[in-house]
Write a protein that binds this ligand. Sequence first.
Ligand code: KIV
Length: 269
Amino acid sequence: MPKRKKMTVPAFTAAKGGKPLVCLTAYTAHVAHIVDEQADMILVGDSLGMVIHGMPNTLGVTMEHMIMHGQAVMRGAEKALVVVDMPFGSFEESPEVAFRNAARLIKETGCTAVKLEGGREMAPTIRHLTNRGIPVMAHVGLMPQQMNTAGGFKAVREKDQFDEVVKDAQAVEEAGAFSVVVEGVAVRLANKITKSVGIPTIGIGASVECDGQILVFEDMIGLFPRVPTFVKRYGNMEEMMRDAVERYSSEVRARKFPSDDYTYKMKTD
Ligand code: KIV
């Protein structure tokens, strides 16, 4: 395999319309190390609240969660662009508050960029951050942080909703976002958005019409039980882990573990 260069924000944006961009989430150093071998971008997403911390949704995630996991990921990632999500409540109040929190994520984790959910209403904030040296990945379509106003996690599938989402994607591009996550939208809308903007669209539940794809790592490897229909499981880690725990437990109960191979011998008699 040819030696990969470290992915930068301009290189990521320039990949629009080319070979699909590979993106995955990671929340620990070792997972980041594995994902980094393939991925163009690693997202430290606020989905960590659900898949790591057992929360019912992403609303309880704090800056401290994002910083701790961001630091771990930065220890494992080498080549991929690392983006850290801005948690609910850390950016909506004002562009100034958003800048303070985004700068903290960058200073304390060493990541390159932040991601925030929102369309036209977040454009002034995105402009404020990008004008001050903080690259922003936007996130439109289904926005999990809006679940209470939307009445749940609702995919965008009605034709009369399409124009609004296209306008959101155009507004975040105009404001300076270097890329945009498009979540939970119908194929036709994903196609429309991808054609309407000059920045890469990164789809999750948004079809191959996007310029790249992202999935939550724990969903993708079969470690998290509650997944949306758009998740393809590329492994069944839950089954492997359950099997290992069962075999360990029965060997401990039968006094078969630790056998001689796993025991210190005396150095001298
Ligand atoms: O938090 C997250 O993992 C995300 C992805 C679903 C894009 O925002």
